[in-house]
Design a binder for this molecule. Structure first.
Ligand code: ATP
Length: 731
């Protein structure tokens, strides 16, 4: 990209004004999006205005539209809901209301709008843009604005970001708020499961989603629910008996509880609502089980946003500002979406129309089409759920004489048990006999191996650590004994789950009366992922990592910058340091440096997070990721076993006999372990290329105090633009 420098120069926001608003239902992460728009806008030299109370504030004007400053979005990242307010506004649906809104914007010179809301809000924004020149003509005619003002503000640019907990918008893999809502749901389900377990109860749980079953489906997957009901897939006639049969079967199989998850908008084949009460009555009548209903309601919208939502919204907000800077008078409204882990721009109205198509398909009972329209990931979730929740009877299983063993190695990681459960169940469904190995390779050579059945892994999805037990012992020294065990148990394939080997509360305590900087050490060996991504999610001022070497000059510049920043109204500072980022610039050293230099301005506290980072219940993402990745791995193993044995190959020697399954772009990809050699830095146990390094310029821009950026110092912006071009070309 030889013209990047020139391109960057043209990206200046000087003389531009951007309005940012949140509209429709609130969603966790909206504040992170607002913060990113404000800081990125200011960074490129634009003026940014908060429009309070959604479109109502735009229509009413006055104090509802206020210029934002860098500090005004400080300490906002971790707050749920929307600090600038949201509303449903009848006036904006009328021509008269939009005329008043246009006047308010022109009076402040705002011709760029960033709208964070659902499909309704984005439709309204698009309509406003289409009507814009007509509205200005009317304002000129009525003498409310001058001809000249109309000309200066002749084009309105719109960019949308979808804030919706339902994940109901076509074109984006995730909407802002969905991941946090899943966290809330899973917390409740985990809590309910303990009481259900004690009393042998059945719980019927209603989750949000009037038109979209994403939350219900994904939470069912994440907690291993017995049954799920979503609007896109109404159950077939006779489902009542099938469901009751399954519930009683699961109870007979050692399970002391049942969980049924129902989306708010669940329907039957005739579009008739299926309510939680209806289900409860059914279970009580047919099975006599003690059954309770819990309706989660607004709990799902509440609370602090997850790290994922903060990062998603921050990335989207930065991209939204770039989109506005690049827009020219004819540019159609766009929406910033997440596509294959990249923030991209898509035509707003095409996405809105596709979203409406899903509803139409459901209304017209074209349910299979509705599932397809929701996208590949939705379909994949549905298929995985079906695969894992239903145990085929022995007569239905495909014939197989293969034995497959599963083991965990390395440090325990949240989501490992979900992966084991999934592998065991998919393996059984494929007809294999599954074996579990305890304590990694150490247990393996000692003979700690036995058959594991479908019911044995019930309830494993939500458990932290490794239920099989895991050790760091390497296999090389014991390879003969391991081979012996494989022979004894006739093991044909091995699935190895393992690897190479929280800052909010801290920030809250930091934002007391005293100005305070926290120095936090994160885990990760030589890999700076946790420090960087944690830094972006928590709004850190600096994150020191091994991959981006730093010296005393960097430390000096960071400490000076932070000291200046703490002299303003900002009360907290956060500095992250990856455990192996530098041999000599230790956490203690950095703590002492900041303490000394910050004297009289702030004081410092140090915290080494340590093993707490590996503990606790797995997040919904880790549960589902573990589940899906292990299902895919088992399916691959089955395919390979069949191929190899059919061809009579000695498979242990071929390149694809040992593969690593990982996530690349939008897909799970298998890569022969031998190929990984070239891509791995074995000394530091990290990949040579780390995708997340591209988030670092973003983190720096959002943390730095600068009223405007200087073209000669446009390094971070240039970095973002270059990386973006590279990423998009590879999607
Ligand atoms: P959610 O997903 O939470 O329902 P949403 O953005 O879809 O969010 P809506 O109530 O549909 O929520 O829209 C929010 C606001 O956007 C409305 O109150 C209205 O002010 C504006 N709006 C929605 N649709 C239109 C439209 N067709 N024309 C003008 N304004 C609209």
């Amino acid at each position: 990209m030889p013209d990047t420098k020139k391109f960057i120069e043209n990206l200046s926001g000087a003389g531009k004004s951007i309005g940012v608003l949140t509209s429709g239902g609130d969603a966790q992460g909206m504040n992170a999006a607002v913060r990113a728009v404000v800081r990125m806008g200011i960074y490129v030299g634009a003026k940014v205005y908060f429009v309070h109370e959604g479109y109502q504030g735009m229509v009413d004007g006055g104090d509802n539209i206020k210029e934002a400053t860098w500090e005004s979005v400080s300490s906002m990242l971790q707050v749920g809901g929307t600090v600038i307010g949201s509303a449903r506004c009848k006036d904006f649906r009328t021509h008269e209301g939009r005329l008043r809104a246009a006047l308010n914007l022109v009076q402040r010179g705002i011709t760029n709008l960033c709208v964070i809301g659902g499909d309704g809000s984005l439709t309204g924004a698009n309509l406003f843009r289409e009507e814009w020149s007509g509205l200005l003509d009317e304002l000129v005619q009525s003498g409310q604005i001058s001809e000249e003002a109309a000309q200066t503000h002749s084009a309105l640019h719109i960019v949308g970001m979808v804030g919706s907990i339902d994940n109901d918008f076509c074109g984006t893999d995730m909407t802002i708020g969905t991941d946090s809502a899943l966290h809330r749901i899973i917390e409740v389900v985990d809590a309910i499961m303990t009481t259900a377990q004690s009393h042998q109860r059945t719980f019927v749980l209603e989750v949000m989603g009037r038109h979209c079953g994403y939350l219900a489906l994904v939470s069912a997957l994440a907690c291993g629910a017995d049954w799920v009901l979503i609007p896109e897939m109404p159950p077939k006639d006779g489902w009542e008996e099938q469901m009751c049969h399954k519930l009683s079967e699961n109870r007979a199989d050692k399970k002391r509880l049942n969980i049924i998850i129902v989306a708010e908008g669940a329907i039957d084949q005739n579009n008739k609502p299926i309510t939680t009460e209806l289900i409860k009555d059914l279970v009580v009548r047919c099975l006599g089980f003690d059954t309770r209903v819990t309706i989660l309601g607004h709990v799902q919208r509440g609370g602090t946003p997850s790290a994922f939502d903060r990062i998603l919204a921050s990335r989207m907000g930065v991209e939204a500002v770039l989109a506005l800077l690049e827009a020219s008078p004819g540019t159609p409204a766009c929406v910033v979406s997440l596509c294959g882990n990249q923030a991209v721009r898509l035509p707003l109205m095409e996405c809105v129309q596709m979203t409406q198509e899903v509803q139409k398909a459901m209304d017209e009972k074209r349910f299979e089409e509705a599932v397809k329209l929701r996208g590949r990931s939705f379909e994949n979730n549905l298929n995985t759920y079906k695969l894992l929740s239903h145990r085929k009877i022995d007569a239905e299983l495909p014939p197989s004489s293969f034995n497959v063993a599963v083991l965990n190695v390395g440090a325990p990681a949240a989501g490992m048990n979900a992966a084991v459960r999934s592998a065991v169940r998919v393996g059984i469904t494929e007809g294999h006999t599954m074996f579990a190995v305890n304590d990694g390779f150490e247990g393996f050579y000692k003979g700690q191996i036995k058959e594991i059945k479908w019911g044995d892994v019930g309830g494993w999805t939500g458990q932290g650590g490794s239920l099989l037990g895991t050790k760091r012992t390497l296999p090389a020294k014991h390879i003969d004994k391991i081979a012996e065990q494989m022979k004894i148990h006739n093991i044909n394939a091995l699935l190895v789950i393992g690897g190479f080997e929280t800052c909010d509360r801290i920030k809250q305590s930091a934002s007391g009366t005293k100005r305070r900087v926290f120095i936090i050490e994160t885990m990760g060996g030589y890999c700076g992922y946790l420090a960087t991504v944690g830094g972006l999610a928590a709004g850190a001022d600096a994150a020191y990592i091994y991959e981006e070497p730093f010296d005393i000059r960097d430390l000096q510049s960071n400490v000076e910058h932070l000291t200046e920043k703490m002299k303003t109204s900002i009360q907290r500072g956060l500095v992250l340091r990856n455990e192996n980022s530098s041999e000599n610039y230790t956490t203690d050293f950095i703590y002492q440096l900041y303490s000394e230099e910050g004297k009289g301005v702030f004081d410092c506290r140090k915290n080494v997070l340590g093993h707490m980072q590996q503990g606790g219940a797995p997040s919904p993402f880790d549960r589902n990721f573990g589940t899906k990745i292990a299902a895919k791995a088992m399916q691959w193993i089955s395919k390979k076993l069949k191929e190899f044995y059919r061809e009579g190959r000695v498979f242990a020697n071929s390149e694809d006999s040992a593969c690593l399954l990982g996530m690349r772009r939008r897909a799970l990809v298998f890569q022969p372990v031998v190929q990984l050699k070239d891509e791995t830095d074995f000394v530091h146990r990290i990949p040579k290329e780390q995708w997340w390094l591209r988030l670092r310029p973003l983190m720096k821009i959002l943390a730095k105090y600068k009223t405007s950026y200087d073209v000669s110092d446009s390094g971070q912006l240039e970095h973002i633009v270059r990386l973006r071009a590279k990423d998009i070309s590879s999607i």
